[in-house]
Design a protein around this ligand. Sequence first.
Ligand SMILES: [Fe+2]
Length: 288
Amino acid sequence: MIALKDISYVRLGTRDLDGACRYANDILGLREGQRYGPPRHGRAVGFRSDAREQTLVYFDGDPADHTTGFELSSMAELQSAAAELERLGHAVREGRPDECEQRRVQAFIGFSDPSGNAIELAVAPFHSGVRFFPTRDTGNTGFSHVGLRSTDPARDERFWTTVLSAKVSDRIGAAPLLRIDEVHHKIALFPSAYAGVQHINHQVASIDDLMRAWYLLQSRGIRVVFGPGKHPTSGAMFLYFEGPDGMVYEFSSGVRMVTDPDAPPRQFPFHPTSFCMWGSVPDIPEFR
Ligand SMILES: [Fe+2]
């Protein structure tokens, strides 16, 4: 079993690096950590959302190229994870020194989950010596989870819960909400015809931050695709909105902690009321 310590980062390709960076800065309120590549034509830009040096990276590349990184506790665990994944038939590649430098980690390996989602396991993501503060008053308290597309959620749930250390907190239809620590979920698997990151969540401090964001997004012409609402599963209040290249971003507040390690998963029907207990109807294909 490969023990995931935390979710670390998402890396997204884009054909409009400047536009994506403007969005991350102005709309998400994330702060640029570092640019990589030639100074005037930076090929990748890392953004901070918490104490770490970066949790979101936009790079000049294919907008369908998405990678999610998770932290492991030690180099020994990374080595045994690589051996275990190879034993199970997953092609594993070791991150080169320049790639580790870009990711701001000591070491990492890359592989694909059974749907083809690019996953990286990293050791020692660098923390910044400088406190994070957002570029506007978003109330952002940090990167928290991803929704991943799954071509077979039952198969992928088995992978994430038997090879990796995720546990099912709840299911909505076939879509499992998976935890790797006490936070209700840090990964969710949504049925889809193809792999990729389906949404990216940051936590905000309170409902006030969600409502401020809601009005700000409308004033900036950003399409809100779901919410404001409240998830009956995690108890989090939420707002989902559209980002560059059709990526969906989520701000949420008040996610439940699951303190009983043996808490049994609850089954919710695949219906809008399972996604929002206030009555908001999602304009997100994977939620309908
Ligand atoms: Fe979410």
